[in-house]
Design a protein around this ligand. Sequence first.
Ligand SMILES: NC(=O)c1ccc[n+]([C@@H]2O[C@H](COP(=O)([O-])OP(=O)(O)OC[C@H]3O[C@@H](n4cnc5c(N)ncnc54)[C@H](OP(=O)(O)O)[C@@H]3O)[C@@H](O)[C@H]2O)c1
Length: 246
Amino acid sequence: MAREQVIAVTGASRGIGAAIALELARRGHRVGCLTRNGRGIEREGVDARLAEHLVPVTCDVEDEASVKRAFADLAARAGRIDGLVNNAGLHLHGKSAALPTAEYERVMNVNARSVFVCAREIYPHLEKTGGTIVNIGSFFDKLGVKRNLAYCASKAAVGAITRCLAVEWAAQKIRVLDVAPGYIATELNAEAMKGPLAEFLRQRVPVGGPGGAIEVARLVALLFSEDLPFLTGETIYIDGAQGMAH
Ligand SMILES: NC(=O)c1ccc[n+]([C@@H]2O[C@H](COP(=O)([O-])OP(=O)(O)OC[C@H]3O[C@@H](n4cnc5c(N)ncnc54)[C@H](OP(=O)(O)O)[C@@H]3O)[C@@H](O)[C@H]2O)c1
């Protein structure tokens, strides 16, 4: 299990996806960095030795043909595929009473339908050898959050898809897991994290504030490294205990 694996990561251009791709590369895996523009991780100063482990691949997770092409491309260039991290995601918020159907569908498509489509399209690559699929959910999957109806519904669907695939594909030795983060500080929300949100999180998160993308990345990497065939179908929360705090 700890052998070098070929792992596709969707939404690897930035944020949590980039952190996951870099951490997997640091541990010796070959990482297909699936991004919409095909440029891979968009960050200055990626260590040259890590860059050798990264394979940039073009993929729009909303487009089924693009997903199919991306996995075929990665398999051709890396020789095989052993795993997938469904990380690409979109967060839109707005009052439910005025939420346009198109916005609801877009969030469901990027966050949930893509998890099903990517899993289905990677299945032929894993069917004979087994493998690991990690879906990135959210602790919002079990919460009622104002102005977040579509996002919460999409992440609840990620948990359900994870459970169904884990049960259905266990015989093929394909493990499917949902890693569900709480508030994570990234480049994108760096400004917001300095404002009133920082005080809110200081009070609400039992460990005292947001987590880092590197922590999510380490958890995902651990799931690829350790030999844990009995662990499948679960949603693993990494939220500083916020989701369970009274
Ligand atoms: N940050 C948090 O606090 C937090 C908490 C819980 C869960 N999460 C989840 O963690 C994941 C990553 O979040 P993040 O904070 O790192 O977000 P982010 O910085 O906004 O990055 C989102 C990534 O998804 C990609 N993406 C969006 N739509 C796509 C599409 N149609 N096809 C392919 N890629 C697409 C983006 O690619 P482009 O560069 O092409 O736009 C980008 O790489 C998401 O699933 C999110 O829901 C985040």
